[in-house]
Design a protein around this ligand. Structure first.
Ligand code: SF4
Length: 178
């Protein structure tokens, strides 16, 4: 139903003038679809976690951050195992030679815009695994890292703070302001 028809029909529909962003819907369908997708995605960014080696301390802390006690999901995020629907990539571990090709493949499968967060000292700067024969990290040598969350392991609160920073960056990318 058009705006005019809606007004004539007495539905009370006042048009889209009060919603500056939504007026785009009236102009170009493609842009409108893109905008609706962006606005809905802002409320439900999904994360993908991948561990590239390490001692498994950091993944446990990520799980702790997702539990109701710390409740990372209160920011609307969901931990998904599918890169094709993920917006934020959380990486933990040493970036060893065996796991890196898989990590790069997962990164490439994620849709744009996307944000990468390096979690833990061994992901951010090799940490205790420095000089190991199979370590190819730190992560920034392999992927463009947006957020660093240091610690061995970082506490759930620190992980939440980092993920919120990643969400802010991702929203800016989504809105085209970054
Ligand atoms: S940063 Fe520390 S806790 Fe985390 S995976 Fe590496 S060694 Fe384990």
């Amino acid at each position: 139903m058009t705006e005019e028809a809606a007004k004539d029909a007495g539905t009370g529909f006042q048009g889209l003038e009060g919603y500056p962003k939504l007026t785009l819907l009236k102009t170009k369908h493609k842009e409108g679809v893109k905008l609706v997708r962006s606005m809905s995605s802002l409320k439900s960014p999904w994360i993908l976690h991948f561990d590239v080696g390490g001692c498994n301390g950091c993944p446990i802390e990520i799980l702790a951050a997702l539990t109701p006690r710390y409740d990372l999901e209160r920011f609307g995020v969901l931990n998904k195992g599918n890169p094709k629907v993920a917006d934020i990539l959380l990486v933990t571990g040493t970036c060893n030679a065996k796991c890196l090709p898989v990590l790069v493949q997962l990164y490439r499968q994620m849709p744009e815009p996307k944000v990468v967060a390096a979690i833990g000292s061994c992901c951010c700067e090799k940490g205790v695994f420095d000089r190991c024969y199979n370590v190819r990290g730190p992560l920034y040598k392999v992927l463009p890292v947006d957020v660093y969350i240091p610690g061995c392991p970082p506490r759930p609160g620190t992980i939440i703070e980092g993920v919120v920073k990643a969400l802010t960056l991702w929203q800016k990318k989504l809105e085209g302001t970054l």
